[in-house]
Ligand binder design. Structure first.
Ligand code: SF4
Length: 338
């Protein structure tokens, strides 16, 4: 059943549990068009939707201006017919992650850090996602299935950081998350656990007392890396949730992607940095777009990106300027562009 969002009912966007909000999310193009009063754009848009379905939770929807196709938040979730035109260097595995898979559900690209693909589920479908074609069905689905991978981490004392990614690890319910963190915490040489998540932004209700308890009680240093691309994503309810995470003792960082039509001007990036700081989040990375098939229309020229960072440096303190980086397949670290 398609659930149509009601733009005139902000109460619904701010109510319910995070699981309710996952259930109430808009899951098709027709629902998104109806909710925002937008016109049908024809068969190529339907083909884009068929390639990667729409998923937009109501709290995020409520931050989009109805009827504005150029809205920077809408651009991130709006299927475009342009997704069907991919230049040759855009691929389904832009970072070579199939080569970096070392155990079931585990990727190792960099020295000392491993990444666990904890789930394929997300609280939003970002059209530029570099894992939009990822074979999630091959990742473990239960604690029992994670055990061989955890044994590998325990046997390798060069690993001092475990990154929980996906999908979005915060789509996992708190008691399962607690079990996973507890098992990782038992491995003495792991010093840090890092979450890569958009959920506190998409559905602020996800920052539950139970999740905050997990962050506060873990032995390892907890690091929460959120993903916001535009200041409009960070409304009052998101700010409240982020402040709770900061108060738990976790380190709070943001990574963004430089996206054409979303944040490719210095004013938008400056406003994002200022807003992040007011939520006690350090602007950490600005990523050059990964060349994933279907996302070429978001690409910004690297020289323009460097120019934007130079403009930010002239206006903001150093800690408010993200490092502009690019991930290149097979490289031992990210390449700093500016
Ligand atoms: S939340 Fe992250 S993993 Fe999920 S679709 Fe967006 S970019 Fe991809």
């Amino acid at each position: 059943m398609t659930i149509l969002a009601n733009k005139t009912d902000p109460v619904r966007a701010g109510s319910g549990t995070w699981q309710d909000q996952m259930k109430w999310a808009i899951r098709d193009l027709r629902g998104l068009r109806d909710a925002l009063g937008l016109a049908d754009q024809g068969v190529s848009q339907l083909a884009a939707e068929a390639e990667f379905p729409v998923f937009v939770p109501l709290p995020y929807l409520a931050r989009i201006n109805p009827g504005e196709l150029g809205d920077p938040l809408l651009r991130q979730v709006w299927p475009s017919g342009q997704e069907m035109e991919s230049p040759g260097h855009f691929s389904t595995d832009p970072l070579g992650e199939s080569d970096a898979t070392t155990s079931s559900g585990m990727l190792q690209k960099y020295q000392g850090r491993v990444l666990l693909v904890t789930t394929g589920a997300c609280a939003i479908h970002c059209r530029y996602c570099f894992r939009r074609h990822f074979p999630y069905e091959q990742s473990p689905k239960s604690m029992a299935q994670w055990e061989p991978t955890l044994a590998k981490i325990a046997a390798d004392d060069s690993i001092d950081e475990v990154i929980l990614s996906g999908g979005d690890p915060l789509t996992i319910v708190d008691h399962s998350l607690k079990n996973l963190i507890s098992r990782i915490d038992e491995i003495a040489h792991v010093k840090r656990v890092r979450f890569h998540t958009r959920l506190p932004i998409m559905i602020p209700q996800r920052v539950t007392d139970a999740f905050l308890g997990i962050l506060a009680s873990a032995r390892s240093q907890m690091i929460v890396v959120i993903h916001a691309n535009h200041a409009n994503e960070l409304d009052f309810s998101v700010e409240q949730s982020l402040l709770k995470i900061a108060n738990s003792g976790a380190i709070l960082l943001n990574q963004s992607v430089l996206l054409r039509g979303v944040n490719d001007c210095s004013e938008a990036l400056e406003e994002l940095s200022e807003r992040l700081l007011s939520c006690r989040v350090i602007p950490y990375y600005l990523h050059q777009l990964d060349p994933v098939a279907g996302a070429a229309h978001f690409e910004v020229d690297i020289e323009k990106g460097r120019q934007l960072i130079a403009e930010l440096r002239s206006r903001l303190p150093g800690y408010a300027v993200p490092r502009y980086v690019q991930e290149l397949r097979g490289e031992p670290n990210k390449t700093v562009l500016a």
